[in-house]
Design a protein around this ligand. Structure first.
Ligand code: HEM
Length: 550
């Protein structure tokens, strides 16, 4: 009897202790820390809109956005900041370049001074990262994959994945990229031959980029991965909506309709990924192949079998999370870059012609192939083509000048301008994990910092009066500062790991498309960019297509 009483008393003490700890953590997370941060920032003169209890300024942001995106844009213009970041426009006017607003109980400091941004992304790359709210909001979508990893886990995961996107491994993907693009062009040709003159190009771009990432990194095809992409898109949208409820304490445990749908779709994606992983393992087990391969999936599986001395081990869940991360990050962003670029070229026929002429010059009128690829980095109108086969006879300074000018090929310039006007993400979020000093500001631990990429890319102060116009020439004539005011791939150690992969892919697809088809924007195209995590054309991009050799 005495023993039972002792056990019960101990359990009660443990329960009360745990309850008090959870209560304290909740109060600290939802009230004490945010209030402390608010005071520290107010002392430094940083202010912002008044937050409401628990929801902060979420409802204000939602109301701004629902008004600004309620209609399509009148014409194809690119001044999208007031449409996609209306709250930024209103609050930066009222409170200045730095202001603070509240995503639920999470304070967010918005900064647009480019020196500060550079400092944050480079100097403080290890002292900042992804916040609890971001990680919780995407937990069932991409889990703890590289995009959402922090600290030493991030650096291990980055180290494992990086070789797949560098040097010879990267170049070895070009053949498959050309192959997949040929299939996409054939489907376009079939569509035209069957009498269809207008296509929604986004669908084709989505499919070809999905095919490329599946084949190059997972040894699967789009057909096999189709369901995964479909489910990931649905999960992305559900998680985006569910994040809004996360500001309510304990909301993630409510058996809401959202949570139920998210869980069932996540289980389905995991099941499909397990099939791909298992089939790769089976190949080794039955002796059909001697290793897991050197693509991303192969490297992850090799890593899973290794027992590391530093205690970082990849388990099956992390392999699946990385697969989801790369399926998602490696597909949608590039697909959107291509879709927006086609929209820009279809509504600017003069630039379309210039790029077509350059492609034809570089490829000598042949269909673009892997061999032509390096030349798109190294040519510009009226400049000699620089390749390894052309011996340098100029002095070092002239060589450098020519190379600097030459990297700005028409195709590169158009892609850069497209990334400037329509970067995949409107903002880059970072959370300070320690107290840091950013410029003249003391940033307390726990403050989320918000870089409004879209607004920086459209700033007249940084880009000039024509900041909202499509003018690829700006990348030839003006010195722009990557890492400061041109940050479509972020910057610093935590920049986009797939940047070179994406640029190579975009150049191959655009060069091949433009050499085989001419395209004009369709009368049915409605210009209505919207943000669903990334900037998307709400109704797709419809173009009239004409094969060039018929
Ligand atoms: C036009 C295409 C692309 C754009 C504009 C883009 C943009 C970005 C940006 C802005 C980030 C930083 C996000 C943040 O820290 O919040 C990022 C990170 C990342 N991107 Fe990309 N991306 C593109 C293509 C790709 C491709 C093709 C892949 C993979 C094949 C990829 C994989 C990733 C991954 C895994 C990260 C996380 C890196 C880390 O945290 O260390 N991206 N990307």
């Amino acid at each position: 009897m005495g023993v039972i009483l002792l056990v019960l008393t101990s359990l009660l003490v443990i329960f009360i202790f745990s309850f008090l700890k959870v209560a304290y953590d909740t109060i600290s997370c939802y009230f004490l820390t945010p209030r402390r941060i608010k005071k520290i920032m107010e002392k430094q003169g940083v202010r912002g809109p008044k937050p409401r209890p628990l929801t902060g300024n979420i409802l204000d942001v939602a109301s701004f956005l629902s008004k600004s995106t309620s209609k399509d844009m009148d014409q194809i213009t690119h001044d999208t900041v007031s449409r996609l970041l209306p709250h930024y426009v209103a609050w930066s006017k009222q409170y200045g370049k730095r202001f603070i607003f509240w995503n639920g109980v999470e304070p967010r400091l918005c900064i647009s001074e480019t020196e500060m941004i550079k400092e944050l992304l480079t100097k403080y790359s290890t002292k900042s990262g992804k916040s609890w709210l971001q990680r919780e909001g995407t937990k069932h979508f991409i889990g703890r994959g590289l995009l959402m990893a922090n600290g030493s886990d991030w650096s291990h995961q980055r180290h494992i994945a990086a070789p797949s996107f560098m040097g010879e491994r990267l170049k070895s993907n070009a053949g498959l990229m050309v192959e997949c693009t040929k299939n996409m062009l054939q489907s376009l040709r079939n569509a035209v031959e069957s009498g269809q003159t207008e296509v929604e190009i986004g669908e084709y771009m989505s499919r070809v980029t999905a095919d490329i990432i599946s084949r190059t990194q997972f040894g699967s095809s789009y057909e096999k991965g189709k369901q995964i992409f479909h489910l990931l898109t649905e999960l992305q949208s559900l998680c985006h909506q569910a994040t809004r409820h996360l500001c309510l304490p304990g909301s993630r445990f409510f058996p809401s309709n959202y949570n139920r749908q998210i869980k069932s779709k996540k289980m389905e994606v995991d099941r499909l990924l397990l099939e791909i992983i298992q089939s790769r393992k089976d190949c080794v087990e039955i002796g059909r192949s001697s290793s897991y391969g050197d693509d991303l999936l192969g490297m992850l599986l090799n890593e899973m079998e290794r027992k590391r001395s530093d205690g970082f081990n990849i388990n099956l869940q992390l392999v699946m999370d990385e697969c989801k991360t790369f399926f998602f990050a490696g597909h949608e962003t590039t697909s959107l870059l291509l879709t927006w670029t086609v929209m820009l070229l279809a509504s600017n026929p003069c630039w379309q012609e210039k790029v077509r002429a350059e492609v034809s010059e570089v490829c000598n009128g042949e269909t673009p192939s892997i061999d032509h690829l390096p030349k798109f980095n190294l040519v510009s109108k009226n400049l000699p083509i620089l390749s390894k086969s052309v011996p340098f006879t100029l002095n070092h300074a002239k060589q450098r000048a020519i190379i600097l000018l030459a990297v700005k090929s028409m195709l590169n310039m158009v892609i850069s301008e497209s990334l400037r006007l329509y970067p995949s993400g409107t903002l880059l979020p970072r959370m300070a994990f320690e107290d840091i000093k950013l410029g003249d500001l003391e940033i307390p631990k726990g403050l989320q910092i918000w870089i409004p990429v879209l607004a920086i890319h459209h700033s007249e102060e940084l880009w000039g009066k024509d900041a909202n116009e499509f003018n690829p020439d700006r990348f030839a004539s003006k010195s722009f500062a990557p890492g400061r005011h041109f940050i479509p791939f972020a910057a610093g150690p935590r920049n986009c790991i797939g940047q070179s992969f994406a640029m190579m892919e975009a150049k191959i697809i655009l060069a091949m498309l433009i050499s085989q088809f001419s395209f004009n924007i369709s009368d049915s195209y409605r210009h209505a960019p919207v943000v669903v995590l990334t900037i998307k054309p709400k109704y797709g991009v419809q173009v009239y297509l004409k094969p060039l050799n018929s």
